[in-house]
Design a protein around this ligand. Structure first.
Ligand code: TSB
Ligand code: ZN
Length: 586
């Protein structure tokens, strides 16, 4: 796990001082520069800078770093001084960013602190290191655009990121880790292994799944479909649009509108691209009369949803605007909540085991009782739902933490969080309790006594979305997927195209008959080149077939990552492969 600079007090101060050093160097090189804020973050620090028309590129970072080194060597002391609000306003009167900051400071904050180092002074609460000499082991990492105050309506500033350590070894170790994380980034792997692509003509956050990615996704679909069928889920298909009225009925229109695409008018109907599938599944439930004996009813769908995600937030397959949920809505009696919730948690753990996912956190997401806007007001309902989830989690003995204000508008939920190679944690699986939607759709069942009752709904997605799960999987495995998920499991290479192609084809067809995903490399390239490429593509098995193999019905295989080759009969090889697929590599 990468170090979190923000959590280390000493390093935090150092990184904060380094942000000032960066600003000073930028001011030397670009005298017109104006500075917004330069906070410490998990991965070091950044500074948001207005450089007018000048655009800084990665190539300029070296130049800025050099200037920072020069200032550091010069070794000026960092001096704190305090001035009044009026003095501060006067001092920074030509700097609209500072004026904005100062004028928004609390009324009772009569004294404002500044820090000076040589020819540079910045407004700051501090604390800082004593002298710039202490800032020796730093690196500027990247530069990107950032809207002033994070608002797309404002001017775009330039954000320079950097990090600072106590010594060269720590810095080197950190940079190596950073490099490793970059290598593991699913966007890089996704490109190299031809998993997905994007094109502005389709749109931001709208990735296209290439054949390799689609094969992986199909395996995921088959896998979870089978599991859910065994657990009594009924799968459906429904349209990925709904009318505005549908989402008014569900409450999404009031509580989720900012995450939705705008309305489309078709004849007299007003449609939205759906952000969630719950309303559709509520209607499927409502299509029939139900007795308590039928419950739980579990309606599942691999359902495409559209959500507005900020353009700065979209990221590869991990955060998209068009996604496919591995969704289901479970309709239960109040008495069945605990048992059904427990079954979902068990399914999550079962799936994580199959995929070898070990590092994750359970988060119990609760409402913020103060936020009456977002969460429907019914204290009793919320308290009882939140307690129910706590009870089950406690009975499981699973460690979890509570997050106030993270609940869905319709109820509390359990989220499972994982850490991507780059960036903050994201939710993979989710299981959400809901007392509200069944009421809004007037759902009912007949209880033992013949009375009409309202069911409770559990929303759950085990993979979350196929998109995010695939992103995570690529990062977890560094693209070295287990055989059962690999787009191509076996790559067949004849030693000599002229003499061994016929046998290679024979082997290929046998593998295909056994439903093993395989390919024949019949290109006119050198054997060594083909074998190397098979490794770059991370294909689990490479078969090399020459005279010996052809004469005796053998195959010589090389497992990805191993330098060794093994020769066995074709039938033995098929047996071995099928076993590995069936065991999912466990
Ligand atoms: C589980 N109505 C529920 C459903 O029944 C629902 O939509 N829940 S959700 O909002 O939490 O979304 C389900 C899952 O989708 C999340 O747990 C997360 O893993 C995934 N997800 C959410 N937003 C995105 C996104 N922008 N890109 C990729 N995956 C996403
Ligand atoms: Zn739902």
């Amino acid at each position: 796990m990468m170090i979190n600079i923000k959590e280390d007090e000493k390093l935090s101060v150092k990184n904060h001082s380094c942000a000032h050093l960066l600003a000073q160097a930028v001011k030397h090189l670009y005298p017109n520069a104006m500075f917004w804020v330069g906070p410490v973050i998990e991965s070091g620090f950044y500074y948001d800078i207005d450089l007018g028309d000048v655009v800084i590129t990665e190539a300029d970072l070296e130049k800025i770093e050099k200037e920072m080194k020069k200032i550091s060597k010069d070794g000026k002391r960092i001096v704190r001084h305090e001035i009044s609000k009026d003095e501060a306003l006067e001092m920074f009167k030509d700097d609209p960013y500072k004026v904005d900051l100062i004028s928004r400071m609390d009324e009772d904050e009569t004294v404002i602190s500044c820090y000076s180092q040589g020819d540079f002074t910045d407004l700051c609460r501090g604390p800082h290191v004593d002298t710039v000499k202490e800032l020796k082991y730093f690196k500027l990492l990247k530069v990107s655009g950032a809207y002033w105050k994070g608002d797309a309506k404002n001017k775009m500033l330039q954000r320079i990121y950097g990090v600072c350590f106590d010594n060269q070894e720590d810095l080197d170790a950190y940079l190596a880790e950073l490099q490793e994380a970059k290598e593991r980034d699913h966007r890089k792997i996704g490109k190299e292994l031809e998993i997905f692509m994007s094109d502005d003509l389709v749109g931001k956050g709208m990735p296209l799944w290439l054949p390799n990615g689609s094969l992986i996704r199909k395996q995921l679909e088959n896998y979870i479909y089978e599991k859910e069928q065994k657990l009594g889920y009924k799968h459906v298909y429904t349209p990925c649009v709904g009318t505005v009225d549908l989402y008014k009925t569900s409450g999404h229109w009031d509580h989720y509108k900012e995450n939705m695409f705008p309305v489309m008018k078709v004849d007299e109907e007003e449609f939205v691209l759906r952000p969630m599938n719950c309303p559709h599944h509520m209607l499927i439930y409502r299509n029939d009369l139900h007795s308590y004996r039928e419950l739980p009813i579990r309606i599942g769908e691999f359902a495409t949803d559209f959500r507005y995600e900020a353009s700065g937030a979209v990221k590869g397959l991990e955060r998209v605007r068009c996604m496919c949920q591995n969704d289901a809505h479970l309709f239960v009696t109040p008495e069945q909540i605990g048992e059904e919730f427990e079954k979902v948690v068990k399914l999550i753990l079962d799936v994580y085991h199959d995929f070898g996912i070990k590092e994750y956190k359970f988060r119990l997401s609760l409402r913020d009782p103060e936020d009456k806007e977002k969460y429907f007001p019914d204290d009793e309902m919320w308290n009882s739902a939140e307690n129910k989830l706590r009870e089950v989690l406690d009975s499981f003995g699973m460690p979890y933490y509570e997050a106030v204000g993270e609940a869905a508008f319709y109820g509390p939920k359990l989220d499972v969080e994982v850490k991507p190679a780059v960036g903050p944690e994201v939710t993979l699986s989710t299981c959400q309790l809901d007392f509200l939607l069944p009421r809004r759709f007037e759902l009912s069942y007949i209880d033992k006594e013949g009375n009409k009752q309202t069911p409770v709904v559990i929303h759950r997605a085990i993979f979350g979305t196929f998109d995010r799960f695939t992103a995570f999987l690529l990062e977890e495995t560094k693209g070295i997927l287990p055989l059962w998920l690999s787009p191509i499991g076996v790559n067949v290479i004849p030693v000599n195209n002229e003499y061994h192609m016929e046998y290679a084809n024979e082997v290929l067809n046998k593998l295909k008959e056994e439903n093993i995903r395989c390919e024949l490399d019949s290109r006119d390239e050198k054997l060594g080149y083909k074998i190397r490429e098979s490794q770059t593509r991370k294909i689990p098995y490479t078969l090399v077939l020459g005279d010996k193999e052809k004469d005796d019905g053998l195959v010589t295989y090389r497992r990805f990552g191993s330098p060794d080759t093994t020769t066995v009969s074709l039938s033995e090889f098929i047996k071995m492969i099928k076993k590995e697929i069936a065991n999912k590599g466990n």
